[in-house]
Design a binder for this molecule. Structure first.
Ligand code: F6R
Length: 242
């Protein structure tokens, strides 16, 4: 594991985007797992800039969604699928369909989950997985208590996550209580994982993830076992690290 601590959120985005670009230059056909959330926005903008400047071509990549709310229309600005398309994929010249979505409106959610796992396996696995971390230590929507051997499935969101994400919705009671997420074992199977975090609110979660014994109470702590993990933090998020 490599932990990189920089001064500011914009430096986190720069360092992370530069690691992604380095990785894609040597792995141009990589399958990429995409996280949503405010922390990721800077990376996506820098990747768009790199594309516009001719420094990267995403034409040979396939993309996999990390998680999605249940019951949010895919055209809603709060749908993760919509965010990934409108904030990134639509700006980097990739064809429709290169994003393997998690459909939170599927009639048969169990089949949706198993088909998603099958799609990852058929593509040869996820090469690069981008991640953020929740204040409660979640990755994807794997909330505290999630089994380390979990795969893609429907989960119930904890109140802390609902509250953290409520600013994207009209009010807290409009935040979906359920989501569909890659499981912890699904995430662990990615060949390279890049997790970023910024801000003091994430400091306790980062300390538990990196310094406490592995525990389902901090789902991100499973990553201590990942053979190829880079964690990029700003000073505020690293506040509680020794
Ligand atoms: C989003 C996701 C979540 C977020 C986490 C941090 O796809 O999987 O785990 O990465 O909640 O969100 P932000 O960056 O908004 O603080």
């Amino acid at each position: 594991m490599e932990v990189v601590i920089v001064d500011s959120p914009s430096q986190v985005a720069q360092e992370a985007a530069s690691r992604v670009l380095d990785y894609l230059h040597t792995n141009p056909t990589a399958n990429i797992g995409l996280a949503t959330g405010s922390t990721q926005q800077g990376i996506y903008q820098l990747l768009i800039d790199a594309y516009n400047e001719g420094r990267i071509d995403f034409g040979k990549n396939h993309f996999f969604q990390l998680d999605e709310y249940l019951g949010v229309p895919e055209t809603s600005p709060t749908s993760f699928q919509h965010v990934l398309k409108s904030h990134f994929l639509e700006h980097v010249g990739v064809a429709d369909g290169v994003l393997q979505v998690l459909d939170g409106n599927a009639d048969d959610l169990e089949s949706e989950c198993s088909e998603f796992e099958h799609a990852i396996a058929s593509a040869g696995g996820i090469d690069l997985q981008l991640l953020g971390i929740g204040r409660n230590g979640h990755i994807g929507f794997n909330e505290p208590g999630s089994a380390f051997d979990s795969r893609t499935r429907v989960v119930e969101l904890q109140i802390e996550t609902v509250q953290s994400n409520s600013h994207y919705f009209e009010s807290e009671d409009r935040v979906p209580r359920h989501a569909i997420t890659q499981g912890l074992a699904t995430i662990m199977a990615a060949k390279f994982v890049l997790l970023i975090a910024t801000g003091e609110a994430k400091a306790p979660a980062l300390a538990s993830m990196l310094c406490s014994p592995q525990s389902v109470a901090t789902p991100a702590s499973i990553l201590q076992q990942h053979p190829n993990l880079i964690v990029i933090l700003d000073k505020a998020a690293a506040r509680d690290l020794p």
